[in-house]
Design a protein around this ligand. Sequence first.
Ligand code: ZN
Length: 196
Amino acid sequence: MKREELLDLFRRCSALLEGHFRLSSGLHSSGYLQCALVLQHPQHAGALGAELADRVRDLRPTTVLSPALGGLIIGHEVARALGVRAIFAEREDGALRLRRGFSLSEAERVLVVEDVVTTGGSTRETMQVARAAGAQVVAAVAIVDRSGGTAALDVPLHALLDLALPTYDPAACPLCASGAPIQKPGSRQVAVGHDQ
Ligand code: ZN
């Protein structure tokens, strides 16, 4: 899938929003990607998962690990295409952990799957969950890399779409300075905080 095709898919699904958003990294941005609006269509989720799987098949991952909630659906689809299992880490008392009886062994080659990488923070944290269990992390993949190449992971990061939308420190955000309310994607209500 080419860059323009992907952007077109995001636009058709109203998943590429413009406004004033607070990202989960704490940064503000004029653009927001709501991947769930693409992934709500199983045929799109399946196609994106298959394409990501093709990028890393040679690395022979044995397990997909995703951070909840954003990485769940795409992680499942990547795992389906690779023929491996998909597990997820969840936040508990502020830290990502394996719950629900999920476990990793030292022999496993873990692929971390995200929907969107913004700073790389949650990707690094998910990688640490795998490494703490003794597993090896072979790569990370995401549908969209918003980091502009700054995610600085110590494994390869493959994304279907590089989209470096501008982000701002809240203290220096021109949108805040202009008085623009922080918007919740998909609604006209003012809200503070949502995932991404
Ligand atoms: Zn702002």
